[in-house]
Design a protein around this ligand. Structure first.
Ligand code: PLP
Length: 389
């Protein structure tokens, strides 16, 4: 049979383009006209909404998940040489946050199918210096939280969940980000809901929440948040060398309209996910396993692993061919232990984590935004079928 020339989509389909609706646009305009564009009432409202959605006592808004992770780890008072166990199959921000908090990231391999950290390997890596476990709910699939919480409890370790992919994720009826000391959410442009840039720390501990609020705003005592309010100017005290990590009302203006649509967007991504699963079965690619029983997958990323041996093309070749057909893609991720900085600093090297490396060489993220129309999804499917033929 003669191969058909693949159809080239008219315009480039941007990977991870967010769905922004009229209510956000109006809210941003309202914020601009209100005279209060910095941290104010809209941030407070968004924090209350997220706290309620996640069922936690405290949700503290910051300007990224990176900041949320950094402050969570700082709040644990880690000492130089303390170790935090995490996965190589994550964004560099996860490791950078550990380093900036003064600790040493200790990576252990992930599972090849779920792409999540392997609890058995976590248990094996615990030393006298281990202080925390930092699991990442990859693509929105929950890690094995029964195993991880048991390990944390047994060894008295803190649990900090990277929930950058996991707004909607649930495990055995409990929301991701609420299992341990802290959960960190991201509202970056490509994430499930967005504030352009933004993040949130989740915690049930009031002391930790206070500390995070102080650290997020220059280390000023908490009255500082209200020092320009209508009950008069208040002096502040500096109690830490803090950071400038506060979220603005401009950003929260987006969040307070994105969050109520979280289920609608999730349902749309589930439809797209299922269409992809059906359309790609039989192609030379390993597709994501079905969500585990009694969990909710957040469907943040659809990441087939190209069967490069069967196809006879590298992942990068596939990626370039899809780009030529006007389909934007992502790669989540090249494993952290292969990155030059961590290799130099931590002494990790190729061969250390075979599953993460297997994924690094084969993974490809396809567009999964709720902004995708049925025609967009059909274009993605046609292009992938053509390239993987
Ligand atoms: C996006 C992401 C982050 C960082 O989020 P920002 O809000 O951009 O700082 C951290 N970890 C993972 C797994 C991510 O995907």
């Amino acid at each position: 049979m003669k191969a058909q020339t693949p159809k080239i989509r008219k315009d480039f389909l941007v990977f991870g383009s967010p769905l922004i609706e009229e209510a956000e646009i109006q809210e941003v305009v309202d914020t601009l006209r209100s005279g209060w564009i910095g941290t104010g009432p809209k941030v407070k409202k968004f924090e209350e909404m997220v706290g309620k959605y996640k069922g936690v006592k405290h949700a503290v808004a910051v300007n990224s998940a990176t900041a949320a992770l950094h402050l969570s780890l700082l709040a644990l008072d880690l000492k130089p040489g303390d170790e935090v166990i995490t996965t190589p199959m994550t964004f560099c921000a996860t490791l950078n946050a550990i380093l900036h908090a003064g600790a040493r990231p200790v990576m252990v391999d992930c599972d090849r199918q779920t792409q999540n950290i392997d609890p058995e390997l976590v248990a094996k890596k615990i030393t006298k210096k281990t202080r925390a476990i930092l699991p990442v709910h990859f693509a929105g699939r929950s890690c094995d939280m029964d195993a991880l919480t048991a390990i944390a409890k047994k060894h008295k370790l803190a649990l900090v969940e990277d929930c950058a992919h996991a707004v909607e994720t649930e495990y055995h009826g409990k929301k991701a980000g609420t299992f341990g000391e802290f959960g960190a959410l991201s509202f970056y442009v490509t994430k499930n809901i967005t504030t352009a840039e933004g993040g949130m720390v989740l915690t049930n501990d009031s002391e930790y929440a206070d500390k995070i609020k102080i650290l997020a705003l220059h280390g000023m005592s908490k009255d500082a948040w209200k020092r320009f309010s209508d009950d008069g100017y208040k002096h502040y005290e500096v109690v830490y060398a803090g950071f400038k990590y506060n979220m603005t009302d401009m950003a929260a203006a987006l969040g307070i309209h994105q969050l109520p649509r979280v289920d609608r967007y999730w349902k749309r991504r589930e439809v797209l996910w299922n269409r992809y699963m059906e359309a790609f079965s039989g192609l030379p690619a390993f597709l994501p396993p079905a969500p585990e029983k009694d969990t909710r997958h957040a469907y943040h990323l659809f990441t087939p692993h190209i069967d490069v041996d069967r196809l006879g093309k590298s992942r990068d070749q596939v990626l370039n061919e899809l780009t030529k057909l006007n389909i934007g893609t992502g790669v989540h991720y090249i494993a952290c232990h292969l990155q030059p900085y961590y290799r130099k600093l931590l002494g990790c090297k190729p061969g250390d984590f075979p599953n993460a490396e297997f994924i690094s060489e084969r993974t490809l993220s396809l567009p999964l935004s709720p902004k995708l129309t049925d025609e967009d999804a059909a274009d993605v499917i046609d292009a992938v079928r053509a390239v993987l033929r």
